[in-house]
Ligand binder design. Structure first.
Ligand SMILES: [Zn+2]
Length: 114
């Protein structure tokens, strides 16, 4: 059980999304919705600005402290390590048109593509 990275990531994602439902009655909703919106936005910046534009495409460079901050929020999104994410995304751009069977995010692999 949970022997490969896909199963572990799936388990983490399921726990992450179900836990607020389980603990819903303990949450002070208004405060937590604000916190969730802010944290979700920061995680999106970690993924798009960090994993995608900075480490995969090397679109820009920045200071070490900004890299650490981006890495923190990117990892909080549970999309895998920086190394794995950038590797898979580069393969995606390389093979999405020429050889979709080698594209890790190919639409032809169906819904469970992770
Ligand atoms: Zn890209």
């Amino acid at each position: 059980m949970l022997e490969n990275i896909k199963e572990r990531m799936l388990a983490i994602l399921i726990i992450f999304h179900i836990s607020p439902i389980i603990f819903w009655k303990y949450l002070k909703v208004a405060k937590h919705i604000k916190l969730i919106l802010v944290f979700t936005s920061l995680k999106m910046i970690g993924v798009t600005g960090g994993l995608h534009r900075l480490w995969t495409h090397k679109s820009y460079n920045t200071t070490k402290i900004i890299k650490y901050i981006l890495a923190f929020f990117a990892n909080a999104s549970f999309q895998g390590s920086i190394k794995m994410w950038t590797s898979n995304h580069r393969m995606h751009h390389t093979y999405e048109e020429s050889n979709p069977s080698l594209d890790p995010y190919s639409i032809k692999k169906g819904f469970w593509w992770i």
